[in-house]
Design a protein around this ligand. Structure first.
Ligand SMILES: Nc1ncnc2c1ncn2[C@@H]1O[C@H](COP(=O)(O)OP(=O)(O)OP(=O)(O)O)[C@@H](O)[C@H]1O
Ligand SMILES: [Mg+2]
Length: 297
């Protein structure tokens, strides 16, 4: 079993490679291809997780379908047979892991919803009992459930590294008050629907990040949605506030990197076969638990 680390689609114009996805321009549309790259501590690691890109793409597709009555999304098709003819010769690289999407004018904010305290939210809370300036009750711990989900926007850093949390008022300045309100409304509505679904499957959706864009038809949900890469999922059974919760998908990877005392600077190390295998099993488990069916690979 081999991991696909980089795609090569001949003369198809490459727009860029993110940490995980390769992005191509296809006529007026975009082709998002999720590779098997995996990042940890903000670095792409030297080894990939076979089929991770397929699993994440299928998870996004599952959610786009589940959410389609709440918000339109950018998906045109994920069937390689429906892609423009010149792409079909690359089916072995594209099958299962790519989406042809409408190209949108992206809002320059990451729309984050948090139902629980973790990560940068917990850090800010510890310092000021706020998250993105929103006041929260005293006495919460790392991993605590919030009284109600909050919208905590962030700006995308140009280098793709650290996003910066911003106050809602700052977002209003960036995108305008009306659109900020609409993006907040959509984000919280989608979060609630998704968290409710996850809960039924024994998973906690602690927080998640959406990216919205605009087309001639209005605001659409873009990018990937509600994958382990864009969200914190916790196992409902092991959730215990009072410390960092184990990452559903990347805990074995993080544990290994801590164990070898990697200094978190490039070049990032590879991963032993056992860590790759166990991590792959976690992504498959995420798919199975979220969708209620087995991933077909
Ligand atoms: N429908 C769309 N129209 C236009 N741009 C989109 C659309 N969907 C996603 N994007 C953009 O495509 C890019 C996807 O890149 P990707 O997430 O792989 O890497 P990145 O955001 O640069 O870095 P990182 O790997 O840290 O996420 C993002 O900039 C996202 O905003
Ligand atoms: Mg991204």
């Amino acid at each position: 079993m081999a991991a696909l680390l980089t795609t090569n689609l001949g003369s198809t114009p490459l727009l860029g490679r993110g940490k995980v996805r390769d992005l191509y321009a296809v006529d007026g549309a975009l082709l998002l291809v999720a590779t098997d790259r995996i990042s940890a501590f903000d670095h792409v690691l030297g080894a990939g997780i076979p089929d991770k890109g397929k699993i994440l793409t299928q998870i996004s597709l599952f959610w786009f379908d589940l959410l389609k009555d709440l918000v339109p999304n950018h998906l045109i098709t994920a069937k390689v047979g429906e892609f423009p003819a010149p792409l079909r010769q690359y089916a072995d690289q594209l099958e299962g892991r790519s989406m042809l999407v409408k190209r949108a004018q992206m809002f320059p904010v990451e729309c984050v919803a948090r139902g629980y305290l973790a990560g940068s939210g917990w850090k800010e809370y510890k310092a000021s009992e706020t998250v993105c300036g929103i006041e929260l009750p005293s006495g919460l711990e790392d991993g605590s459930r919030l009284p109600e989900p909050v919208f905590t926007p962030a700006t995308k850093s140009p280098d793709g590294q650290h996003d910066e949390n911003i106050a809602y008022a700052v977002m209003e300045k960036l995108v305008g008050a009306d659109e900020a309100a609409e993006l907040r409304r959509l984000t919280l509505k989608i979060y609630l629907r998704a968290a409710e679904h996850a809960d039924k499957r024994g998973l906690i959706l602690a927080d998640t990040k959406f990216e919205f864009g605009k087309t001639a038809e209005g605001i659409i949900l873009a990018d990937e949605v509600l994958t382990p890469d864009s969200s914190r999922f916790w196992d409902g059974k092991t959730w215990k506030p009072g410390g960092a919760q184990p990452s559903f998908d990347k805990q074995f990877v993080r544990d290994y990197l801590e164990e070898i005392h990697w200094n978190k600077q490039a070049p990032a190390p590879g991963l032993p076969e056992e860590v790759v295998e166990r991590t792959r099993a976690k992504y498959l488990e995420a798919f199975r638990r979220l969708t209620g069916r087995e991933m077909e690979i």
